[in-house]
Design a protein around this ligand. Structure first.
Ligand code: PGA
Length: 242
């Protein structure tokens, strides 16, 4: 399995021109790279502008279609050749009130059209990590855990809230422990084979200085990169470092 390096552009950049420039620079920089699968998750409106790198969306509706003003469906994303969809990002949980129940509906909808959800989980400062991860995985994957083929299409991203967008990345050692914990929970929910094979990423203030260490010693299968993915050179260095 290739290392998965995912760029989450969040609500950036402001113009199509800037988006195209950033995309083209990254595309050029990662051309010929075989060891990693690079995924760009731009805002919805830029998705149709891009091709040549695997695409992801930052959110999705849990409804297939209909009178849901402002929403974008899984099928619409599929039609735009999107492969991955971020679900349950801590910013969506915080600012868009995305609950575990909503996350679960979205995951099921994304899987139903054969796209791959990236399920973001992680505790905040002062929270019991084990409790939070157990709840988010159990509730987020409710009813998905019955289908082996489906669960292996879910990518899990461990993103401790205190590390996201703060410059305060989680240590490689602590990340390793958390990833082990996540695999233990998955083993309990499903089985050892799924726990071993499910892809687990780390995200939270990843940069080109710390990225390589996570892959080498953090027990992760890839990285979810926010701020550092807005700088083409920095992001390309991250891809090269792993
Ligand atoms: P960050 O964001 O790299 O800016 O911390 C990561 C994320 O939100 O996925």
């Amino acid at each position: 399995m290739k290392t998965l390096i995912i760029a989450n552009w969040k609500e950036n950049p402001t113009t199509q021109q800037e988006a195209k420039e950033l995309f083209e620079l990254v595309k050029k920089g990662v051309k010929g790279i075989k060891h990693a699968e690079v995924v760009i998750c731009p805002p919805f409106v830029y998705l149709p502008l891009f091709s040549g790198i695997t695409l992801g969306a930052q959110n999705v509706s849990y409804e297939e279609k209909g009178a849901f003003t402002g929403e974008v469906s899984s099928l619409m994303l599929k039609d735009l050749k999107v492969t991955y969809v971020i679900v349950g990002h801590s910013e969506a949980r915080k600012y868009l009130n995305e609950t575990d129940e909503i996350v679960n509906k979205k995951i099921k909808e994304v899987l139903a059209v054969k796209l791959k959800p990236i399920l973001c989980i992680g505790e905040n400062t002062g929270e019991d990590k084990q409790q939070v991860l157990e709840r988010q995985l159990m509730d987020g994957l409710r009813e998905v855990i019955n289908h082996k083929s489906e669960i292996l299409n879910v990518v899990i991203a461990y993103e401790p809230i205190w590390a996201v967008g703060t410059g305060n990345n989680c240590s490689v050692e602590e990340t390793k422990k958390s990833v082990l914990l996540i695999r233990e929970i998955i083993a309990k929910l499903y089985n050892e084979s799924v726990a071993k094979n499910v892809m687990v990423l780390y995200g939270g203030s990843v940069n080109s200085q710390n990225s390589g260490e996570y892959i080498k010693n953090g027990g992760v299968d890839g990285l979810l990169v926010g701020r550092a993915s807005l700088n083409a050179e920095e992001f390309i260095n991250i891809v090269k470092s792993v």
